[in-house]
Every structure is written in C-alpha cells, then in structure tokens.
Design a protein around this ligand. Structure first.
Ligand SMILES: [Zn+2]
Length: 296
C-alpha cells in the first residue's frame, strides 16, 4: 500500500469517526437502537442503508437505475443525506444502477468498491460521476474496519485477493462481503458472493457467525452452500428479490436455510425490511409487517 493510499485511508477513517460519541451504551433496562439496517425493496437487486445512533449513514449498493427514486425516498425518510459512505459490493447493474443518481441527488463523502475490472458502460459512468463530484474513492480490502460510532463497526471480509474467476468472469465471486457488529449481534452482507467466495471465506479463519444474513445472490442455488450457512448460523435470513423473473430464491437455497433453522424473509413478499439492533437483541419489521418482531 502506497503512502498516498495510507493518507487517503487515514483521512477516510477519521472522517467516518468524527463526532462519534463515546460511552453511549444504554442501560440494560432501556436499550435504544444502536444501528438500523434497511434492506430496501428495489426489485431484483440490492440497496441496503445502515444508519447508526451516532449519526453515520452508509449505503451498500443502489439497485437498478430505475430503483433510484425508491432508494432516495428511503434515504430522505432516514435523513441520511449526504451519505458518509457508499460501498459497492460488485459492479453489476442490479447493485450499481441507482448509485449515480443517489450520488448526485443525496451526496456522499466517500465511495468504495473492490476494484474488480468490469467493462460496462454503467460502471464506467458511475466512476465518472464519482470523479465529477469529487468524491474520494477507496478500494475495499479485506480486514478494513469502518467505525460507525456507538460500538457499531463494519468489517470488510472480502473481496478475495487475487480475485476469484468463475465461469465467464468473477464479478459475483469477488463481492465485497461485509459484517456489521453491534454488541452481541451482527449482520452479514454477502453481496452476490457465490460458492467459490464462500469457500474462500471459510478458509480465511475469520468469524462468520452472524445473527442475520443478507443472503448472497438473491437466493440463487449458486450461493448459500451448506458449509457456509453452517458457519454463519443465521437466525434470520433476508433475500432481496422480486416476485417475477428471475425466479429467486431457488428451492434448494430455501431448503439449506431451513436446515440451519433460519427464519427467511423476502423483500418480494415483505417490501422493505428493517432490522434494528440494540447491542443485545434484534428486531425486524417491514412495510407489510410494520409491528416489530423480536428474534427469539
Ligand atoms: Zn445481484
């Protein structure tokens, strides 16, 4: 890593930590929410907003281009503009399509992606917008931690280095997989990681066990291997999908999730799903089930 890189990294981490209050762990009798995760219903694609009690706002992916108004509406309802960080899991259209407009309309202090070379006009345009708006760009590297204040920390578990190639390319298998730790609870965001990346993660010796799993690749059979799910052992699994084509999740994936006794939610059925973490317990609610449900 060059000195320039280190300088950017120090600046970025400092920017993310500025203003983080200390000693905000609530008393045990009344535990306020420390982090809220909105898995936004954007059809077939991902757009995930993480907000912390310390006021930090992080967006992981932005859905297809047509989803930008939906994403922006959720950001504004959370007073999340400008975002502290936009993190792109991988450069496929159903994850990056809405980000250019989000950057233009909402603003962002920092942009991060894994650096996988992908020759699409959409990705090239996104990087142009990053440059035009003067948003600092950082490469995602496994092991990097992003402090969101109040003890809320996002750890980057991927992408693999070198990138994994799979079939025609390795875009999915080079997803930036992340894990949000909030006290005793956690959420694993698997991007569109497929079996090769899951196996790579299992070989890294990192902690994968998580209370909640944002299921990889929209519930495709090419992800969520039995070994990976056994390591994560999620109590809640959320699938970002759409009731029409493509037909995700695959039945095999649902069967494997049932085998680890995970409760399964789909944005296609629930609408946007909100997960709240207070450091001890976790609740979920959704557009179609607005009453908070605590995880057992
Ligand atoms: Zn996808």
């Amino acid at each position: 890593m060059s000195r320039t890189w280190l300088g950017h990294l120090r600046w970025a981490l400092l920017a993310l930590c500025l203003g983080c209050p200390r000693n905000t762990v609530p008393p045990p009798t009344s535990r306020p929410t420390l982090a809220t995760v909105d898995i936004i219903a954007v059809g077939h694609g991902d757009a995930i907003l993480v907000t912390s009690a310390a006021g930090k706002r992080l967006l992981i992916d932005g859905g297809e281009a047509e989803a930008a108004p939906v994403v922006l509406a959720r950001l504004r309802s959370r007073f999340a503009c400008p975002l502290d960080l936009i993190l792109l899991s991988h450069p496929h259209a159903d994850h990056l399509g809405g980000l250019a407009r989000v950057m233009e309309d909402c603003g962002a202090r920092l942009y991060m992606d894994g650096g996988y070379r992908h020759d699409s006009r959409l990705y090239a345009r996104l990087l142009e917008v990053v440059e035009e708006l003067g948003i600092p760009l950082l490469r995602a590297e496994a092991g990097r931690q992003i402090d969101l204040g109040s003890g809320v920390v996002l750890t980057l578990l991927g992408p693999p280095r070198p990138f994994l190639e799979e079939g025609a390319d390795g875009v999915n298998a080079s997803s930036v997989v992340t894990r949000l730790q909030v006290g005793r609870s956690s959420v694993l965001f698997a991007g569109d990681a497929t079996a090769p990346e899951e196996n790579w993660l299992l070989g890294q010796g990192v902690g994968l066990r998580s209370t909640v799993l944002k299921v990889g690749h929209h519930g495709s059979r090419s992800s969520s291997t039995a070994g990976f799910l056994a390591a994560v052992a999620p109590r809640l699994a959320v699938i970002s999908n759409w009731p029409n084509a493509p037909k995700h999740p695959h039945p095999e994936t649902l069967e494997r999730l049932r085998a680890v006794k995970a409760q399964v939610l789909e944005t296609a059925r629930e609408g946007t799903i909100t997960i709240e973490l207070d450091g001890e317990g976790v609740t979920w609610s959704s557009v179609n089930h607005p009453r908070k449900v605590p995880l057992p």
